[in-house]
Design a binder for this molecule. Structure first.
Ligand code: GLP
Length: 241
């Protein structure tokens, strides 16, 4: 696991976008794993800029997102499909983009379909991750064990509270999500986790300096052969030098 600390989120976003650009230049038909939340927004803005300048071309690339809320259709403004459309897809030229459907009639079947679709695409080359302040990745919450496949997950109270800021009230935050599993994430050839701000410092300390523990789901990345962690100074503030 490589850890890099940047002076601010803008410098971090440029570095993250460069890693995506290098991946696209090396393999134009890359399969990119994408994330939602506030953490990737600046990276997406950088990618949009690189695309507008004719430097980044996504026309042969496909994407798979980590997760989606159960019960939110694509036209719901807080659905992750709407987020991705607004923050990235509407402004770049992916060949195809995939998210799990949180309104599929059979959610269990949707989970297997999603894992199959990733396999059929050849697996994920580069997976972008944020991290929850409780150490979740995707929506894999702290638990007694790691869940391997894409599955339906119950959101932790702390996640519901953290995500309340995107909704009008706590009641409106979905209680469940469909999320790539830890195994699905770990199968990505390269993993790029980004974290900014003091609120992530504890989780980052556990990830970088703790043990692998399903109570801190991101800690599994210690076992990945090619995981890169990009932090700003605040997210890195509890790390020993
Ligand atoms: C959400 C998402 C995660 C994201 C995390 C952190 O719950 N499912 O993929 O990494 O929260 O979000 P933020 O980047 O807004 O802090």
């Amino acid at each position: 696991m490589k850890v890099h600390v940047f002076r601010d989120s803008a410098a971090l976003a440029k570095a993250a976008a460069s890693i995506f650009l290098a991946q696209l230049l090396r393999k134009p038909d890359s399969v990119l794993g994408l994330a939602t939340g506030s953490s990737p927004i600046e990276t997406y803005q950088e990618l949009i800029r690189l695309h507008q300048e004719g430097i980044a071309d996504f026309s042969k690339a496909t994407s798979f997102n980590l997760d989606e809320y159960v019960g939110l259709a694509a036209d719901h403004p807080q659905s992750y499909v709407a987020f991705m459309q607004q923050q990235l897809f509407g402004q770049v030229n992916f060949k195809a983009s995939h998210l799990p459907s949180g309104v599929a009639e059979n959610l269990e079947a949707e989970c297997s379909r999603y894992d199959q679709a990733i396999l059929q695409a050849g697996g994920i080359d580069l997976q972008l991750l944020g991290i929850g302040s409780n150490g979740h990745i995707g929506f894999n919450e702290p638990d007694a064990r790691f869940v391997y496949n894409t599955s339906i997950v119950k959101l932790a109270e702390s996640t519901i509270e953290a995500n309340q800021r995107f909704f009008d009230s706590l009641d409106q935050v979905p209680r469940q999500a469909i999320s790539m599993g830890i195994g699905t994430i770990m199968e990505a050839r390269t993993i790029l986790l980004i974290a900014t701000g003091k609120g992530k410092a504890e989780a980052i300390k556990g990830l970088v300096q703790g043990q692998i523990d399903p109570l801190l789901p991101a800690s599994i990345l210690r076992a990945h052969p090619d995981a890169v962690i990009l932090l700003d100074k605040e997210a890195a503030s509890l790390l020993k030098a």
